[in-house]
Design a protein. Structure first.
Length: 218
């Protein structure tokens, strides 16, 4: 738990511990980054508005160093722009304050289900997706990705040639009933395409846009 609101942290700690979770708390972004370097966590819940490093910066720095720990951002900013920014930086979910502790538990539960998905290795040409190790590789080169990105790519690869709508891709990638703008799928796809193109120019077009319908794996 990363939040400079001590009262909120104490409340959420009680709820999470009552459900059997161990909780470590940090009051700022720098302390959170240091803790994530020392210890491996099952998930990170991080406030956006903090005095030293904001949650967006924490998220960006974690992903930049290859840390794919599931991350939920908390914010009082209720806007789609902020949500898109958080997801673009690599967050796995986004909860707007005020919120119910039960809602947060449900979101964490959904992330846990993604994280413990059945072990299987998925191959499509020179692309490999290892769902047990949460790893993607193209032409032998690793592709850093969040849980949501991995699940979205797997959903496409498992159904080659089949067009999946944005709404369906969100269902397959997130596995919860949270309300998220379907257009945020475009953000996930753009990030995946960019990562594929960095390994081989043009490879990002393996994820094909079908105008007015959605996306498919070529």
């Amino acid at each position: 738990m990363v939040d400079d609101d001590a009262a909120l942290v104490d409340t959420l700690r009680l709820v999470l511990e009552a459900e059997g979770h161990g909780v470590a708390a940090a009051t700022g972004g720098r302390a959170a980054l240091e803790a994530a370097e020392r210890e491996r966590f099952d998930a990170i819940v991080c406030d956006v508005n903090m005095p030293d490093l904001d949650g967006f910066t924490v998220c960006r720095k974690l992903r930049a160093r290859g840390d794919a720990t599931p991350l939920v951002l908390l914010t009082s900013r209720d806007s789609e722009i902020d949500e898109a920014l958080g997801l673009e930086l690599g967050a796995d979910d986004y909860v707007t304050k005020p919120f119910s502790a039960r809602v947060l538990l449900a979101r964490l539960g959904a992330l846990a289900r993604r994280h413990t998905a059945a072990a299987s290795l998925l191959r499509a040409g020179e692309l490999t997706i290892d769902r047990e190790r949460l790893a993607i590789a193209f032409r032998g080169s690793p592709i850093p990705a969040t849980l949501t990105e991995l699940r979205l790519l797997a959903a496409l690869v498992e159904r080659p040639g089949r067009v999946l709508s944005r709404e369906r891709l969100l269902e397959l990638a997130r596995e919860d009933d949270s309300v998220v703008a379907p257009r945020l799928v475009d953000t996930y796809v753009a990030r995946l395409r960019k990562k594929l193109d960095e390994i081989e120019p043009g490879a990002g077009q393996l994820i094909e846009t079908v105008t007015g319908a959605g996306y498919r794996w070529r």
